[in-house]
Design a protein around this ligand. Structure first.
Ligand SMILES: CC(C)(COP(=O)(O)OP(=O)(O)OC[C@H]1O[C@@H](n2cnc3c(N)ncnc32)[C@H](O)[C@@H]1OP(=O)(O)O)[C@@H](O)C(=O)NCCC(=O)NCCS
Length: 406
C-alpha cells in the first residue's frame, strides 16, 4: 500500500505524529504544552506524518542541526521521534516515511542525516551506517583514583541550573567544534532539553546538578550529574550518574573528573555516552575497573555524496575512487573520485566498492576502510585501495563522539 506522507501543518497534527512513537513511551506528548515544547526545537514542517485517511499512523522528525565533521561542520538532518503505531507495523509505513524524509533533507540542502537507533537492525536498509561508538562505565569507588600526576589545580563551583546555561553552552560549543559527531545546540535546546529537571524524570535520584571547574579563574569544564543516595549496612551503596561531562583539553578533563571521582557517599560512579577514546582511560589508576561497555553511537547517512564528502577536511589529497551502491537513493550510486578535498563523479577505475552505509561509517573517521575491508563489508577492487583511502581520511580530530541521544 502507498502511504500518504507529508509534513504536519498544525500543532494538533504534530502532536498526533509525535504520538506514534510516544505511544511506546506510555502516552507522550501528554498535552498541548508538551507538544509545543517539543516543537520549539523541531519545526512543524520538519515533522512528517503518515496518514491512513485522516488518521495519523506514523511519524518521523528531523532537527535542523549543524554537525561537526573532521575540519569543519556540515548541515545535517537530525532524525528523531520515528514511530509507527502498533496497529500498522510491518506494512511499509516506516519505509514510506524514510523515503519522503530523506528527499526533504536533500531538498533543504542538508547533505547528511544522522540518528540514534532504538535498534541497530532498523536503519541500514535506508542507507545509514554506524559512524561512532558510544561507551558506558560503572567505576566502583574503591578504584576511582587518578594516576600520579599534578595536584589539584582547578577550583570547582556548583551552579544553579537556571543560571548555568551561558557558561555550559560556551564550553559545549568549544568542545563540539573540535569533535566530529557533535551537533549545535540552540538556547532553546538548552532550556527545553538539557537543563530542565522534572521530578518524574529523576528515576529515583536527586536533583540534577551542574558543576563547573575553572582553571586560572576561567570556566574550563562542566558536568551535569545526579546523586542516587542509598545506604546498606551502614555503608554507602548508592551511585552518582554523570549525565554529561565536557572540558577544554587534558588538564581541565582531569580536574573535572577528579571532582566527580572524589565525591563521597557513592559506591559507584556511572557515566554514559562516552567516546571510545575518552582520556579517562589513560588518566585512571584502574582503567579496567571502569567496566567499559561499548555499543553503537551515531548512525550517519550521506544524503548527497558529493556535497557531504566535499564538506569535511582530509589528511591526504588522494585521489581515491569509490564505487558507491545506494539502492534507496539511486542518484548517489556510481563512481566518485575524491581528490584535494573535493568529490566529483568520475569514470576512473575504482579503488573500493561499497554500500552507501559503509561510506557513512567511514565519514567521521570513526572506522577505517581497512577495518571495513577486514570485516568483509567493503570490497577492495585495486590492490592497496583501502590503505590509499585511509591515507586520505586520516585526521588528527578525536574519534567521533555524540554525547546526547536526540
Ligand atoms: C521500528 C518501526 C518504526 C518500524 O516501522 P514499520 O512501519 O513496521 O517498518 P516497515 O514496515 O516500513 O519495515 C521496513 C523493513 O524494516 C524491517 N524492520 C523494521 N523494524 C524492524 C525491527 N525493529 N526489527 C527488525 N526488522 C525491522 C521490516 O521487517 C521491513 O523489512 P522488509 O522490507 O524486508 O519486510 C516500528 O516498529 C516502531 O515504531 N517501533 C517502536 C518505536 C521505534 O523503535 N522507533 C524507532 C526509533 S529510532
Amino acid at each position: 500500500m502507498a502511504w500518504d506522507v507529508r509534513p504536519t501543518i498544525d500543532l494538533e497534527e504534530f502532536k498526533r505524529a509525535v504520538g506514534a512513537i510516544g505511544h511506546y513511551f506510555g502516552g507522550w506528548p501528554a498535552d498541548d504544552e508538551a507538544a509545543q515544547r517539543f516543537s520549539s526545537n523541531l519545526p512543524l514542517e520538519r515533522m512528517h506524518a503518515a496518514f491512513e485517511g485522516d488518521r495519523i499512523v506514523g511519524g518521523a522528525g528531523a532537527f535542523p542541526f549543524e554537525l561537526t565533521v573532521p575540519g569543519g561542520t556540515v548541515r545535517c538532518g537530525g532524525v528523531t521521534v520515528v514511530g509507527v503505531l502498533p496497529t500498522h507495523r510491518r506494512r511499509g509505513v516506516l519505509s514510506a516515511m524514510m523515503r519522503v524524509q530523506l528527499a526533504d533533507i536533500r531538498d533543504r540542502g542538508e547533505p547528511v542525516a544522522a540518528l540514534w537507533a532504538s535498534e541497530e537492525v532498523i536503519y541500514r536498509r535506508f542507507g545509514y551506517g554506524m559512524a561512532s561508538l558510544s561507551c558506558e562505565m560503572s567505576l566502583p569507588s574503591g578504584y576511582a583514583g587518578l594516576r600520579d600526576g599534578p595536584e589539584a589545580r582547578a577550583t570547582a563551583r556548583l551552579v544553579p541550573l537556571d543560571a548555568s546555561k551561558d557558561v555550559l553552552a560556551a564550553i559545549y560549543d568549544r568542545t563540539r567544534l573540535r569533535t566530529p559527531g557533535m551537533f549545535s545546540r540552540t538556547d532553546t535546546w538548552w532550556e527545553t532539553r538539557n537543563l530542565p529537571d522534572p521530578p518524574d524524570r529523576r528515576q529515583g535520584g536527586g536533583e540534577k546538578n551542574a558543576i563547573v571547574v575553572e582553571l586560572d579563574g576561567e570556566p574550563a569544564g562542566y558536568a551535569l550529574y545526579r546523586v542516587h543516595s542509598k545506604f546498606e549496612n551502614g555503608a554507602a551503596a548508592g551511585h552518582v550518574d554523570v549525565i554529561e561531562a565536557l572540558a577544554d583539553g587534558p588538564l581541565a578533563t582531569r580536574e573535572l573528573w577528579r571532582v566527580l571521582l572524589d565525591m563521597d557517599w557513592k559506591a559507584t560512579l556511572n557515566a554514559f555516552l562516552l567516546p571510545i577514546d575518552h582520556p579517562l582511560v589513560h588518566q585512571l589508576s584502574y582503567p579496567r575497573r571502569m567496566r567499559l561497555r561499548v555499543g553503537d553511537g551515531l548512525w550517519v547517512r550521506l544524503v548527497d555524496v558529493g556535497a557531504a564528502l566535499s564538506a569535511r577536511a582530509y589528511g591526504g589529497d588522494g585521489p581515491v575512487v569509490f564505487e558507491v551502491e545506494d539502492p534507496f537513493l539511486p542518484e548517489n550510486s556510481g563512481r566518485w573520485r575524491l581528490a584535494g578535498g573535493e568529490a566529483a563523479r568520475t569514470e576512473d577505475e575504482a579503488d573500493l566498492a561499497l554500500d552507501i552505509g559503509e561510506l557513512g561509517s567511514a565519514y567521521l573517521s570513526g572506522f577505517t576502510f581497512g577495518e571495513l575491508v577486514r570485516a568483509g563489508v567493503v570490497d577492495e577492487l585495486r590492490d592497496g585501495g583501502a590503505a590509499r583511502a585511509d591515507e586520505v581520511f586520516v585526521t588528527s580530530a578525536p574519534k567521533p563522539w555524540c554525547p546526547e541521544i536526540f
